[in-house]
Design a protein around this ligand. Sequence first.
Ligand SMILES: Cc1cc2nc3c(=O)[nH]c(=O)nc-3n(C[C@H](O)[C@H](O)[C@H](O)COP(=O)(O)OP(=O)(O)OC[C@H]3O[C@@H](n4cnc5c(N)ncnc54)[C@H](O)[C@@H]3O)c2cc1C
Length: 412
Amino acid sequence: MQHEVDVLVIGAGPSGSVAAAIIHKAGLSVQVVEKMRFPRFVIGESLLPRCMEALDEAGFLPALKAKGFQQKDGAKFVWDELVCDFNFSQQFTHGWQWTWQVPRADFDKVLADECESRGIDIAYETEVINVVINEDGHSVTTVKQKDGTTDTIKAKFIVDGSGYGRVLPTLFGMNNESRQHTRKAVFCHITDQHRENYVEPNRIIIGVHDPETWIWVIPFSNGNTSVGYVGKPEFFELFPGDAEEQFRALLAANAVLAHRFADTEFIWDQPRSLQAWSSTTDTFYGNGFVLTGNVTEFLDPVFSSGVTLAVTSAQKAANLVIKHFNGEQVDWQKDYMDIMLRGIDVFRTYVNAWYDGDLFDIFFSEQRDSAIMDKICSILAGYVWDERNPFVKNHEKNIRNLSRYLRSLKNV
Ligand SMILES: Cc1cc2nc3c(=O)[nH]c(=O)nc-3n(C[C@H](O)[C@H](O)[C@H](O)COP(=O)(O)OP(=O)(O)OC[C@H]3O[C@@H](n4cnc5c(N)ncnc54)[C@H](O)[C@@H]3O)c2cc1C
């Protein structure tokens, strides 16, 4: 581990690896510290095409392609017999038309290994426990190693990509309550013997279980599939028993999944659960540091925005860090936080419209207009900064008006 560097990156998740790779490419010295040993599990397996641009700039695409991850061409929303199928080749924005569905343990390891192969040091099983930033923005970070010993790293700048660890917002008292409702997810990787009977696996399924509960189905290229239920915590109390009994009961309770996964085997010993993941922070930057990825704000998994926002924020932040080291003036508010918030706010509108039912009126309407759906498809592909798209530029108004209009047609 280097004890004095230009840039310290906290966390070797997608945002940390992308930031480290881009900054290192510019000739700055970089040290990454990662609390866990890799490969490690993290949730967030369905990517969006927009993330390919950041992975490309970081130089990760050849290594990822070589890994043979499952290609993702779209997303299918299903509510009983109602289906709304988005294909990324039919979208308004001229961007990437595909991406991947990935077990994150493998995906994150490819990115981290790529960083190491270029000479970036990653100190695994090394946890940041304290950070002191001087007036000039230079910092001294205390880390704790697996054996309990501590060490320090001096850095001229810190990129905090610690995800759910939320290192700097926690140390500096910047965490904020999210306005999203508390939701819970119960999920497992399972075998998928009957996959060939379905029009897949090159897309994910988002199933509506009931208006407040949805399901993800994310097939991987290894033949296994990730299945998860997301709903209010009370919903899961309807399914008592241990974790395995509960998950089998959840699968059996849904018409779309019951048949396909009746004889499934669990890849993990136990299904896992997560709750209350939404969080935000007062600011995304400060003297001598920037926050990237989940540390900034995480809303909800329904539109798979997490990794795309993580790598896009890392890409933008890394380029501004390079500018800063080149002695150029950086306006972090205007050139970083405002831009990131614009994209996050577009997703926020769609997440809220999903949970209040407005998107059901649009997705499952018989009167869907293909030109409008192409514009919405671009948002689901992660192109939330393309202001030529009216469903980006006036996201809230256009979604609300469209759903009202389609609902009124239904009531005629
Ligand atoms: C139920 C659920 C489903 C989701 N599904 C999707 C999905 O389908 N698609 C999608 O794009 N996103 C999804 N997400 C979101 C996704 O999990 C995150 O957005 C994504 O992992 C963020 O990447 P990151 O690099 O910011 O952080 P992470 O991937 O969390 O990486 C952060 C790293 O920092 C390390 N770290 C933490 N604390 C410290 C410390 N003190 N010192 C050193 N290292 C530290 C951690 O060990 C970790 O490796 C989902 C989230 C939830 C809750």
